[in-house]
Design a protein around this ligand. Structure first.
Ligand SMILES: NC(=O)c1ccc[n+]([C@@H]2O[C@H](COP(=O)([O-])OP(=O)(O)OC[C@H]3O[C@@H](n4cnc5c(N)ncnc54)[C@H](O)[C@@H]3O)[C@@H](O)[C@H]2O)c1
Ligand SMILES: O=C(O)C(=O)C[C@]1(C(=O)O)C=C[C@@H](O)C=C1
Length: 369
């Protein structure tokens, strides 16, 4: 065992939640890698071990840090600076690469630039995969597959060091993209942070109406659920993200207000063609987005099936798929009310199973792909 420990490269993951746990699952059991999980909380350390996501786990910051060849900081964005500060005062292994998975990049890069690491290197990271779920319970070895994984090296990062991290990340099956941290925050602010603000504001607006009339909640169907799923994200994580990207978000919200003002004008003028144009433009852009990109937990290969509301239907579909050797990852009843056909969401791990299931179920049901 001592031999393996000496030869293996140690990856220490600080914060083994959705993102950290998923990284751990990608690296664990791979040749020459040993995965260590860190949490200040002994109960969390036990959980990481019980769930088998790491090889070892510890509450000792120093031990996890000083043993590591690679350090992944997978804690909320607000914790990154204190963690980096602490690391900068430790005798890390020479050549150690420190990276993070935080959803904002400019502030952490500015901070890292000012720190004096002794023969250790910081490279910012942000995998563009995730979900509204959190905790190690939600971790999956598939999370990053085919997702984009942004790296934001410092100007001073040697190419060999960048290449080593890029190489390690091949275990995630993500596509690594190199980007300037400011550009990252502009783009991710627009396609991730702004939508989360909009979803939360929308849910809270409707929740206020619902206090006086619970039919708002009862009638909320697919449209409301689709646009608001992300409003269930972890409040602390999102607090930190929004605060760290506030400058970008303030500009984006000004643009958003202009968009809303435009709709006010269209409605005041009862401008039907104008409204139609907005939907046409939006549909065109949305239509060109990559479909079913694997790696995002909630949109693996998902099929939607309209089913009659009668007992045993879920079991019967699962059996049908099983008989054909189709591997079903998850099955969820989205809508099911008396006398109304229900909708089942079936999730698959790969395109082959997804296509096979679609062809099979189309013979009997209405299937939406
Ligand atoms: N959830 C996503 O979709 C997503 C996607 C990409 C990047 N990220 C980023 O990944 C990071 C982790 O997010 P996650 O979704 O894995 O969250 P998570 O809640 O699942 O995991 C966070 C981990 O950090 C630990 N932690 C929480 N607060 C802490 C604190 N104050 N001090 C030390 N440890 C603390 C938790 O115990 C947990 O192990 C965040 O920086 C987030 O911005 C999240
Ligand atoms: O799919 C979701 O629920 C997410 O919130 C994932 C998502 C996103 O907005 O796309 C959220 C935060 C990240 O930093 C990266 C990905």
């Amino acid at each position: 065992m001592g031999f393996i420990k000496d030869e293996a490269k140690t990856i220490s993951i600080f914060g083994v939640g959705l993102m950290g746990g998923s990284l751990a699952l990608c690296f664990k059991g791979k040749p020459g890698l040993r995965v260590v999980g860190h949490s200040p909380n002994p109960a969390s350390v036990n959980k990481y071990l019980e769930r088998g996501v790491v090889d070892e786990a510890t509450t000792s910051f120093e031990q996890a840090a000083c043993d590591a060849d690679y350090i992944f900081l997978c804690v909320p964005v607000g914790q990154l600076e204190p963690y980096l500060e602490r690391l900068s005062n430790l005798p890390l292994k020479p050549g150690c690469i420190i990276t993070d998975v935080g959803s904002t990049k400019a502030s952490v890069m500015d901070y890292a630039r000012k720190l004096q690491f002794k023969d250790a290197y910081f490279i910012g990271g942000h995998p563009m995969a995730g979900s509204e779920r959190s905790g190690v319970e939600a971790a999956s070895s598939y999370l990053y597959e085919n997702a984009f994984y942004v790296l934001t090296p410092l100007e001073s990062t040697p190419e060999e060091v960048y290449g080593r991290l890029e190489n390690l990340l091949r275990w995630t099956k993500a596509h690594v993209v190199r980007m300037d941290s400011g550009l990252h925050d502009d783009i991710v602010g627009a396609i991730s942070h702004l939508p989360h603000i909009i979803a939360v504001a929308l849910v809270n607006q409707i929740a206020a109406y619902n206090k006086d009339n619970p039919y708002y909640e009862r009638l909320a169907a697919g449209g409301f659920r689709d646009i608001t799923r992300i409003a269930s994200g972890d409040p602390v994580m999102w607090r930190d993200i929004l605060v760290h990207n506030r400058k970008v978000l303030l500009d984006l919200l000004k643009d958003w207000n202009r968009q809303m003002e435009h709709f006010v004008q269209l409605l005041e003028a009862a401008d039907g063609p104008g409204i139609e144009q907005e939907f046409i433009r939006a549909g065109q852009f949305r239509g060109q987005l990559p479909e079913r990109r694997k790696g995002v937990l909630t949109s693996l290969y998902d099929l939607y099936v309209d089913v009659p509301d009668h007992p045993g239907i879920v079991g019967s579909i699962a059996t049908q798929l099983g008989n054909e050797g189709i591997n079903l990852r998850n099955i969820q009843i989205i809508e099911s009310r008396a006398d109304v056909p229900g909708v089942l969401r079936l999730s698959f791990d790969n395109e082959k199973d997804y296509e096979k299931a679609a062809n099979l179920l189309k013979e009997q049901y209405t299937v939406h792909q």
